[in-house]
Design a protein around this ligand. Sequence first.
Ligand code: AMP
Ligand code: ZN
Length: 114
Amino acid sequence: MADCLFCKVVAREIPARIVYEDEELLVFEDIRPQAPTHVLIIPKAHVATVNDLDPSHDSLVGTITRRAASVARERGFAEQGYRLVWNCNAGAGQTVFHIHLHLLGGRTFSWPPG
Ligand code: AMP
Ligand code: ZN
């Protein structure tokens, strides 16, 4: 997608602090962190919102989720706990329309979220 910010991160047209990459996924530091760890896990292939997922993406979504757990383990807060967030559409605060799983960790989190 030509005008997609996160496709540009994947294509290295925009700099990012990348912490993990494989054929399917990219993990990079959020530019405006909301916790001591705040990384985004994205598929390399463009999908605009969670509403656009279809059964062909099921494995990808599982891989993204397990990658988040791996980063949490690597950073030492897997047992303490962490927050995973998929914002879907503007009413939930989605601002970048290329799906991304937020991994927030390293502090405590309240519930319900704002
Ligand atoms: P959302 O509001 O769920 O769409 O999340 C978008 C996230 O992307 C926000 O937490 C932003 O801080 C983050 N973000 C925006 N631009 C960049 C960028 N160039 N590099 C890293 N993170 C970004
Ligand atoms: Zn994209």
